[in-house]
Design a protein around this ligand. Structure first.
Ligand SMILES: [Zn+2]
Length: 431
């Protein structure tokens, strides 16, 4: 295949690629609740239908979050050539996180300035989605030098676990060979880096139980908040130093995440604050809890573990701390509840999708690709979990640190180059 013709074609589509990214940003697919999913799925589907793709809209009926007001609609587009062969699939999530504060540009306008496209989702990951669409359309227009099939999916809810998105499609066989052989997820991991996988995650709720009493006579009760503080002390003083010593051999980026980590995502103890104080006009003036000794305290822990650890060990470590407190602290009682868990994933560096993408990066940037792993999970976990497909990586434009931030942006140059790399990688895999 004539690579230079393909690359030139993508260069000529630069304005179109920018416009497509802007159009996608302008559909505010905020999750939660899952705004405008149908609109975004149809926007992608109808564009690709005109270019010869077969389009399926797959609604994750009755999955968590799905309702008639907020339907979980995924789009899967497939282009089949006359010659049978392998299938290269590009999967992007269409949802974005809420806007938050601190923006200096309108978050859903697709503002372009200094060769950057701004907006919520520009980096994570509508720039990557647009790059993959232009890559596939360019390959189809070139028309020669490859065979088999191309697929593009726009899936929902990645930011909330991907259960109605990629996980749902996996359960229906959408990511199984021979339907799909290679997957690239254009998450914003950097244009010259290949992300092979991610650390594992375990979320759990720890609750300590106390005994309620009047706040003026705390000696009559037992504070669940103080019991929780004993647990948190153990986390900070005993567990954290141990975790910092446990370094993965995998190239997790940023390097701080090569060690195991534990975050306390939230904590709540005592009564719920309520607006029962009112001013002379009867309006609430502030939230206060009742004056009682806390009978309960709950914390959600977010444990990210490395491929060298097992989930069973990770859980046992927390149980050991809690059991130890039970033995040495008066009145210490607890419960522990799993919320979510995913094992670490890792695609072998010798897999064809890795090799092809690395060659493409070399051709565009003239340097070796950097191999990394992600500190947090993304939809790769669902694709690899079925165990049938081993060829899956994340590769896409954008800087991970900008994701979910105010004034999120993606560099136009990066979007164009990543589109070329995706097209080149697909060519190598399908020729
Ligand atoms: Zn993302």
């Amino acid at each position: 295949m004539n690579y230079s013709s393909l690359l030139k074609r993508i260069d000529h589509k630069r304005d179109e690629l920018v416009a497509l990214t802007q159009d996608l940003i302008r559909i505010p697919t905020i999750n939660p609740q899952g705004e405008a999913y149908a609109e975004c799925a149809h926007f992608i589907g109808e564009r690709l239908r005109k270019r010869g793709f077969n389009i399926e809209y797959v609604r994750a009926l009755h999955e968590a979050g799905d309702s008639d007001k907020y339907p979980r609609i995924n789009v899967v587009a497939r282009y089949e050539t006359a010659q049978p062969g392998k299938c290269m699939h590009f999967n992007s999530h269409i949802d974005v996180v809420e806007v938050g504060t601190g923006w200096t540009v309108p978050p859903f306008s697709g503002w372009v300035q200094s060769e950057k496209i701004y907006g919520r989702g520009s980096c994570d990951m509508k720039g990557g989605l647009a790059a993959s669409i232009i890559a596939c359309e360019s390959l189809i227009e070139e028309g020669v030098g490859w065979r088999g099939a191309l697929e593009i999916s726009g899936t929902v809810d990645e930011e909330s676990g991907g259960f109605a998105g990629v996980a749902y499609l996996v359960s229906k066989g959408y990511f199984s060979p021979p339907k799909v052989d290679y997957v690239i997820i254009p998450e914003p991991l950097g244009v010259d880096r290949i992300c092979l996988g991610h650390r594992g995650v375990w979320w759990a709720e720890v609750e300590t139980h106390g005994r309620i009493a009047h706040g003026s006579m705390p000696f009559l009760g037992d504070s669940a908040i103080l019991q929780m503080s004993a647990f948190l002390q153990q986390i900070e003083q005993v567990l954290h130093p141990k975790l910092r010593q446990r370094i993965s051999q995998h190239p997790v980026e940023p390097p701080g995440a090569r060690a195991s980590t534990l975050n306390i995502n939230s904590i709540h103890g005592g009564q719920t604050e309520q607006s029962y104080r009112t001013n002379d006009k009867g309006h609430p003036v502030g939230d206060l809890p009742s004056p009682v000794v806390a009978h309960t305290c709950k914390a959600v822990i977010d444990r990210r573990f490395i491929v060298e650890e097992t989930l069973a060990e990770v859980k046992q470590e927390i149980v050991d701390i809690l059991e130890n407190l039970k033995h040495c602290r008066h009145g210490f009682q607890y419960s522990l509840k799993d919320i979510m868990q995913f094992l670490p994933t890792h695609t072998d560096q010798q897999q064809p999708v890795v090799v092809a993408t690395a060659q493409a990066i070399q051709e565009i940037y003239g340097k070796d690709a950097q191999y990394i792993a992600s500190p947090g999970t993304y939809d790769q976990k669902h694709i690899l979990r079925s165990g049938e497909l081993k060829n899956c990586i994340a590769y896409g434009p954008g800087k991970l640190e900008l994701a979910h931030q105010p004034d999120e942006y993606v560099d136009i140059e990066d979007v164009v180059n990543s589109s070329k790399i995706m097209a080149l990688a697909a060519t190598k895999l399908l020729s």
